[in-house]
Design a protein around this ligand. Structure first.
Ligand SMILES: [Zn+2]
Length: 490
């Protein structure tokens, strides 16, 4: 990732120690009245209500301690846990899922082998379409006709919709994983939080929202209730309620930061912001962090699996929960590769087991140790697969990653968004503070772009004009009218 230098505010340094320093240097002195609120937050919400909430979900203190404790293990110890969980899971599939029983037998998978990862590689990956086609035989016999199963739908933003089933067991495990991940970035259950979501899928019922407000100090705002552009009133609510944490789609955090910039007044009192469901655009993150006055950490997951990966304080890739999932990166022929299809085997859901399931995103996996000291491998460079592709007039598909790649060197660009309106036409909207002429630089961008994509695509620049709004928070820097709107999750 490149380091972006901003003109009007000091850049935030990377790395653990640098980050701590940054946090200290931007730390606010709390007003006296806040002391009571802090006492209430710590004793009542963090100490009592949050625990009741977890208990209510069937999560015991022991379970939490086990999962939290894994943060302190070595990479090898985590890999051993993953290996054994994988063995257990494949045994379960062999015994209960007719589809996987056949696969395991056909490909001579040895369930007693030492290295289960090598055994897993014998089983071919499976796409959303193949799951839909074989759902009945993949479905665990243990759960046929059982009550209390939970449907998990994906909207198909990666191209193909999918419907699978799970139950409370996988939800419970997922909740523990989310709690663990958020601890990495100093979010504590019971912390005064404001969650901003829109769309019926993401919103709990109004009763659950009230319960959350009372039990875990989390106010949920439905941004769909307001007009999509009225982010200034949301900023006013945030200033009034003074939450210590914000959780939202990144595009919403970005809108909020733009309001703050217009008002020339950063937010104050927010310790952490957690961004959901979108690919990272580093430049926009740095800009939003400055105006929200808080570090922003991205989390990653899908509708069907829940959130299973998140950035740590080093903000350098998403550590994934190796104790519930195994991630691989494969090319179209199922060979391991550096950047390619993200393929997961998820141990937590036994109702419809997913073995080497192609999520629909592209990514890479980083196995080197992270500066933060967590033992979990990292997923990096996540790209929504289908719709994040530029389609050229001669029907080549080229990743939209070329935009961050091309534009990273121009520090006068605060933010940009590319829109492919036709195969031979791309609009690039740029927000900038630069008063002096930028025409030479634009010519330069055009030249580099044409070298990569060919001369028959026309590039049109729009400077300081409104960006396209994507209210469901699905996309950041590239919108294509040639295929569905992309997202890193569904
Ligand atoms: Zn880390």
């Amino acid at each position: 990732m490149s380091r972006i230098i901003h003109l009007n505010m000091p850049p935030r340094p990377y790395g653990m120690h640098a980050k701590l320093h940054w946090e200290q240097s931007t730390c606010k002195v709390k007003p006296a009245g806040a002391m009571y609120t802090n006492w209430l937050e710590k004793r009542l919400y963090q100490g009592v209500f949050y625990k009741i909430n977890l208990f209510n979900k069937g999560i015991s203190e022991e379970m939490l301690a086990t999962y939290y404790g894994r943060d302190l293990l070595t990479q090898n110890q985590i890999a051993e846990i993953q290996n054994e969980k994988l063995r257990e899971f494949l045994k379960y599939c062999n015994d209960n899922s007719p589809y996987y029983h056949k696969q395991i037998q056909e490909h001579s998978v040895n369930l007693r082998a030492e290295d289960m990862f090598a055994e897993l590689r014998k089983i071919p990956s499976i796409s959303k379409m193949e799951i839909t086609r074989n759902l009945e035989s993949i479905f665990s016999r243990e759960y046929v006709g059982r009550k209390g199963l939970i449907a998990k739908f994906t909207g198909g933003s990666t191209g193909t919709p999918l419907e699978i089933w799970g139950n409370h067991d996988d939800y419970r495990e997922n909740n523990v994983i989310i709690a663990r991940q958020r601890r990495w970035v100093n979010w504590v259950g019971g912390m005064k939080t404001m969650t901003l979501f829109g769309g019926s899928v993401d919103l709990p019922s109004s009763l659950r929202r009230i319960t959350k407000r009372v039990l875990i100090n989390d106010t949920i705002l439905n941004i769909m209730d307001r007009s999509n552009t009225d982010f200034s009133s949301i900023v006013a609510v945030i200033r009034k309620k003074t939450p210590h944490a914000l959780i939202a789609y990144f595009s919403i955090l970005k809108e909020l930061s733009q309001v703050c910039e217009c008002e020339k007044r950063p937010l104050s009192g927010i310790n952490v912001a957690i961004a959901c469901a979108e690919p990272i655009e580093e430049r926009a993150r740095r800009h939003a962090e400055q105006w929200l006055n808080a570090p922003i950490y991205f989390q990653y997951g899908t509708r069907e699996t829940g959130t299973f990966a998140q950035e740590c304080r080093a903000q350098n890739g998403y550590h994934y929960a190796q104790d519930i999932i195994f991630c691989e990166v494969l090319d179209d022929d199922d060979n391991p590769c550096e950047f390619g299809n993200l393929v997961i085997t998820w141990f937590a859901n036994k109702v419809v087991p997913l073995v080497r399931y192609k999520i629909g995103d592209s990514a890479s996996i980083v196995t080197e140790a992270c500066a933060c000291g967590l033992p979990y491998h990292r997923i990096d460079r996540i790209e929504g697969r289908m719709a994040s592709m530029i389609i050229t007039p001669d029907n080549r598909r080229i990743t939209s990653l070329i935009f961050p790649h091309l534009l990273k060197d121009y520090d006068w660009i605060i933010e940009y968004q590319a829109e492919q309106t036709a195969k031979d036409h791309i609009v690039i909207r740029i927000r900038t503070n630069r008063k002096s002429s930028i025409s030479d630089a634009l010519e330069d961008i055009k030249k580099k772009f044409n070298e990569l994509l060919g001369r028959d695509i026309c590039l049109e620049f729009k400077i300081n004009e409104d960006f396209l709004k994507v209210p469901t928070g699905k996309h950041l820097y590239f919108v294509s009218h040639l295929n569905s709107i992309p997202g890193c999750t569904e």
